[in-house]
Ligand binder design. Structure first.
Ligand SMILES: Cc1cc2nc3c(=O)[nH]c(=O)nc-3n(C[C@H](O)[C@H](O)[C@H](O)COP(=O)(O)O)c2cc1C
Length: 186
């Protein structure tokens, strides 16, 4: 039985972005975890070009979006985010800022992506205070996709089989934390 719902959010809408391969890999590996169901969201397709906070007249909370519906029932979240100038893409922040109470006491894992050798370590560290402010609970574990252009074949498949083993370990921690926080929301 699927006990936990943990969506995956790709944090860029850049045309021809390479992080989508990492996001699809994460989605696929997370789908294999027993008891977990997931859904892939892409920050670039979610309709935000300016901040629409979840309060006030016209606030995001007034709209029943697929993102709101997903995060309302979610037990956790995985964010796959490329590092842009050592930070996170603006479109990811717009999506995160569109909700608030829906994130409370939910486990979150961040996966960094970069073309260089550091795998987005700086963006992973930089986004955690934002997630904590949203009352999410980040896992210690993270995934780091370095040299992303070389890591996937022409069909978008991960070349290094060890990455699936790393993902399994990180998702073990995410599931453990999501189970511990389940039914503790609000
Ligand atoms: C605006 C911009 C800024 C970037 N800044 C960084 C950076 O600070 N560190 C880094 O390792 N890569 C940086 N990159 C390269 C990305 O790591 C590279 O584009 C990689 O493919 C992941 O991003 P993508 O999903 O947009 O393709 C930057 C790319 C863009 C478009």
């Amino acid at each position: 039985m699927e006990r936990l719902f943990i969506p995956v959010l790709l944090g860029t809408g850049r045309a021809d972005n390479k992080s989508v391969n990492a996001a699809k890999f994460v989605y696929s590996e997370l789908s294999k975890v027993e008891g977990v169901s997931t859904k892939l969201f892409e920050a670039g397709n979610m309709g935000y070009s300016v901040t629409v906070p979840p309060w006030g007249k016209g606030g995001a909370d007034e709209k029943e979006t697929a993102w709101k519906e997903a995060m309302t029932k979610a037990d956790g979240l995985v964010i796959v985010v490329p590092e842009y100038n050592h930070g996170y893409p603006g479109e990811l922040k717009l999506v995160l800022d569109s909700l608030y109470k829906e994130y409370e006491k939910k486990a979150v894992t961040v996966c960094g992506v970069s073309s260089g050798g550091f795998g987005g370590t700086r963006v992973v560290d930089h986004i955690k205070p934002v997630l904590i402010e949203l009352k999410m609970v980040p896992t210690r574990g993270a995934l780091y996709f370095s040299k992303v252009e070389e890591s996937f074949d022409e069909n978008g498949n991960m070349k290094d089989p060890k990455t699936a083993e790393f993902a399994k370990d990180v998702f073990d921690e995410l599931v453990w934390l999501a189970e511990a926080l389940k039914d503790k929301k609000g």
